[in-house]
Design a binder for this molecule. Structure first.
Ligand code: MN3
Length: 227
């Protein structure tokens, strides 16, 4: 079974940019529900026990929309939590800073990121990715993610669903995205992802599935040979 990963920081750590209320609701209700539904649907689809990345890709291949939506949302949120850090001064350095210069600089990247997120209609995600053309900003609809986009490796993502910002920013998605980019974006995490895209390190993976005591007990009953 897939676990709900804990936040990598306290519920108050991102306030006032993202409030305790937002993090509690977003993590403990929304993310948790996606993980629970994934557990039920992956078992039905015969995919329980596989890494979540495989489940997302396989559900997409099979056209299993509810499994894809829930598994991808479980993955996207775990990735998203890593993409933020307690607010404070931090700037991209090293190879990441170089890649950003290739994009046109940090301000150009911010402008592209905010514009892509603001222009994105309804729910989805805005990503900074790397690929054969260097850094790019893209958005995806609903649960869709880079696991099912050939040749793109995610560095950072921000949640564009209203539940991500409505309590703190109401309908002002632009202000949310600007504050997010300026003060919450975790450039160290993005740098580690960029290195992983180049074969240095593993990059982000969802925590491996755990044994489910209930289901595993049932399983050992059914497969125990009768003497
Ligand atoms: Mn969300």
């Amino acid at each position: 079974m897939y676990v709900l990963p804990e936040l990598p920081y306290g519920y108050d750590a991102l306030a006032p940019l993202l409030s305790r209320d937002t993090l509690h609701t977003h993590h403990d209700k929304h993310h948790k529900a996606y993980v629970e539904k994934t557990n039920a649907l992956a078992a039905k689809a015969g995919l329980a026990g596989r890494p979540l990345e495989d489940v997302v890709r396989e559900a997409h291949k099979r056209g299993d929309k509810s499994l894809f939506n829930n598994a991808a949302q479980a993955w996207n949120h775990a990735f998203f939590w890593k993409c933020m850090r307690p607010a404070g001064a931090a700037e991209p350095t090293g190879e990441l800073a170089q890649a950003i210069r290739g994009f046109g600089g940090l301000q150009a990247l911010k402008d592209a990121f905010v514009e892509e997120g603001v222009e994105h209609f309804a729910s989805g995600w805005v990503w900074i990715v790397t690929g054969s053309e260097g850094l790019r900003v893209i958005s995806t609809h609903d649960a869709e993610d880079t696991l099912v986009r050939e040749g793109l490796f995610p560095l950072l993502v921000c949640d564009l669903w209203e539940h991500a910002y409505y309590l703190d920013y109401k309908n002002d998605r632009k202000a949310f995205l600007e504050r997010w980019f300026e003060s919450l974006a975790n450039w160290e995490f993005a740098a580690a992802q960029l290195a992983a895209s180049d074969g240095q390190g593993d990059g982000f993976r969802y925590p491996p599935p755990q044994r489910d005591p209930d289901r595993d007990a049932d399983l050992s009953e059914t497969i125990r040979p009768s003497l």
